[in-house]
Design a protein around this ligand. Sequence first.
Ligand SMILES: Cc1cc2nc3c(=O)[nH]c(=O)nc-3n(C[C@H](O)[C@H](O)[C@H](O)COP(=O)(O)O)c2cc1C
Length: 411
Amino acid sequence: MAGIEQQLSRAYTPITIGPLTLRNRFIKSATNEGMSPDGVPSRQLVQFHAAMAAGGAGLTTVAYCAVSGDGCTLPNQIVMNRATLPHLRALTDAVHAEGGAVSAQITHGGCFIFVKPPGQGRPISASGGFNKIGLMSGQYLKREMSVADMQRVAADFAAAAELAREAGFDAVEIHMGHGYLLSQFISPLYNKRRDEYGGSLSNRMRFPRMVLRRVLDAVGEDLAVICKFSMTEGVRSGNRIEDGVAVARELAEEGAHLLVLSAGMNAESIKTMFGSSFPPENRAVVTNPIMKAAMFLQSLSEKPLEFRELYLLQYARKVREAVDVPLAYLGGVTSAQGVAQVMEEGFDTLAMGRVLIHDPNWVKRLGEGQIQRSGCTACNRCVTMMYTDGGTSCVLGQPGDAQLNRMPAAG
Ligand SMILES: Cc1cc2nc3c(=O)[nH]c(=O)nc-3n(C[C@H](O)[C@H](O)[C@H](O)COP(=O)(O)O)c2cc1C
């Protein structure tokens, strides 16, 4: 590798994505914070992201902002509406005061939902039929979306992006991975349609592209428009890396400003996403007996997966070879050597989740030469912390402040 120092210092140089210039190439990836009780962004959420900016990240991503009430996967999720606006403004102001930029991850859960909003019919998805995720919330059947539904949801994404701009965000990240609505269209596991929105990959991309186009038209001149997707789904009959490369080509062709290269599906292949096994006690947070039993049975047949630094690199390289659009490498960046390698291999930015939950000052400390690697053990216990009163935190450090997490961000 050409001098580690040289590649490492490149990570600390500015980069332009669409209309946005970041002070460096480090992106805090979206990690559901559990810091918006009853959907109200809390002061703890503001502090969490301000700390990421103060700790050196060029861009921090607010996770899991639903574009509409029916797009919520979990209770307590942020919904992009006018009631949320002042709280989001408090957050973006705090991040900007620390010299960072901030992105809103906008999402629709489709049939991947654990709550049943009152008065709502069947959850929507690419195709109808049995809804295995709905076992937790009693929503056993899902409904195939009509073209009118698609237009409504695409408009909701555009409206959410406009609200993000009004709230002071610098970017929006459209969530197209991990098994949520747009991923349900891209994935052959979920998309069984026989019309022009199903079948070939380019047909399955038609609705996600429609959403991207609407968002670009709405805010693309002012905000960076980022897409996060799963390069491989990590399941036998799901999308493989060849499909992931084709997805990247389609998104680049439509004009996305940056692609965040994730992998795996929440329900089917969580280990592919995280590159390491989940501890058995993570099952304790699931209260539904059917899901608990299903998780237990799954764990019996699963081989433990040992964490490897840059565990998605072999897939990301294939995407890098195929497209010119700016890319964010994601997955197991944990050391100076890893950062340097990602730069050396031609990625424009790097997105990081667990390492920055473990230590929000990691980017700064690495840049100052105080540390060479992270103390994160990839134990994945931070995922369980999402449901605690203080919100997502590293179990090796201090838990979040439950009191601050009950206080609305604004006022
Ligand atoms: C606690 C936790 C919550 C997460 N929530 C989200 C989320 O809301 N949206 C998302 O796209 N990815 C989510 N992820 C996945 C991360 O963004 C990232 O893809 C993953 O942690 C791999 O990156 P890493 O190796 O740098 O941690 C979450 C990860 C963690 C640890």
